[in-house]
Design a protein around this ligand. Structure first.
Ligand SMILES: [Zn+2]
Length: 331
């Protein structure tokens, strides 16, 4: 039975969060469908648009061709006839996924699943650790308050997310155990099984200098790993690294541009100045990458002229948690 393919399809549907056209599935994915049973269900898509049945690349508007047939107008291929099953899509039964993940982690059924909004769920407690499921890892970097909402003193949080294309090591740092949906779980006998650690967790002090060890940043702030960004890890200039390091030092607290730039030891007026992409570098990943990282990680309140970086707050709290735990053990 094609169970690795079945699990890969479950992960893909969950990460996307929307139905996928049957016509867009690979032959291996189609072969895996029977194994999934009720976990993946057919669903009707918006009938006014289809994925072009010819190129499978473009979304195209559907027209009646006047003879009870239908045609779509693909921007690439022009008019293409649409068969009835070109509009058949498949969706993941996400309740099934959450229920089976709970079983896989032996989460007590007496506490329910809480939707924390926008693709994040608290699945319950596994032993004493709260378990979060999120559709997107970046969402938790941008809103670390979600982690704080579920944190229990002295216990790590387990976070399950689909694996971004470019993430190694521990994207959350201490206090949070990250479980990649694709790697740490498998589809097994109609349910989901949890795969224990295959040995030691990845060493954050690994010799690779790009490894994220301070949230998404490398130890020297010269590299940032941005899930989903195709050229990650992103190399930063000395000035960009200095701005991120300054923002990091403020532990997620808002500061003025002047305070940040002074701490970074830079002449420019605003943090964004060192990220601006020159006209001749437009579209170059080495120039656009740092700007994308800035946009994802740094929040601004324009009217008050304040800047902060939420992922630094999460890190600061989990570090102080670890510290207080050590102190407790020493006393
Ligand atoms: Zn087309």
């Amino acid at each position: 039975m094609a169970t690795p393919d079945a699990w890969a399809l479950v992960c893909r549907l969950f990460a996307g969060g929307t139905p996928i056209l049957r016509a867009a599935l690979s032959p291996r994915e189609i072969a895996a469908l029977p194994a999934l049973g009720q976990a993946v269900k057919p669903t009707a898509l918006d009938q006014r648009f289809v994925l072009c049945p010819y190129c499978h690349q473009q979304r195209a508007q559907v027209w009646s061709d006047g003879h009870r047939g239908r045609t779509c107008l693909c921007p690439e291929c022009g008019p293409v006839a649409v068969a009835a099953d070109d509009a058949v899509a498949l969706r993941l039964d996400e309740d099934w996924l959450r229920r089976k993940l709970r079983l896989a982690l032996s989460i007590e059924s007496r506490d329910g699943i809480d939707a924390l909004g926008d693709g994040v769920w608290r699945l319950g407690d596994s032993r004493r650790s709260p378990v979060l499921l999120a559709r997107d890892l970046i969402r938790l970097w941008r809103e670390p308050a979600l982690l704080e909402r579920v944190r229990v003193a002295g216990e790590p949080i387990r976070v399950i997310t689909p694996k971004p294309r470019e993430t190694r090591g521990a994207p959350f740092g201490p206090g949070v155990e990250w479980l990649a949906l694709e790697d740490r779980f498998a589809f097994y006998a109609g349910g989901i099984s949890f795969i224990g650690m295959p040995g030691e967790p990845p060493d954050p002090k690994a010799s690779d200098p790009t490894t994220p060890v301070k949230g998404p940043f490398s130890a020297d702030f010269r590299w940032v790993t941005l899930p989903g960004w195709p050229h990650s890890p992103i190399r930063l200039t000395e000035a960009q690294a200095a701005v991120f390091e300054a923002l990091w030092s403020f532990k997620g607290e808002p500061r003025t541009a002047e305070q940040i730039m002074r701490r970074a030891g830079l002449e420019s007026a605003k943090p964004i100045d060192v990220f601006k992409v020159k006209a001749r570098d437009k579209g170059k990943p080495e120039a656009e990458g740092p700007l994308s990282a800035y946009r994802v990680l740094v929040f601004t309140q324009k009217r008050a002229g304040l800047y902060w970086m939420p992922c630094a707050a999460q890190q600061a709290r989990s570090q102080s948690l670890t510290t207080s735990k050590v102190e407790e053990e020493l006393s």
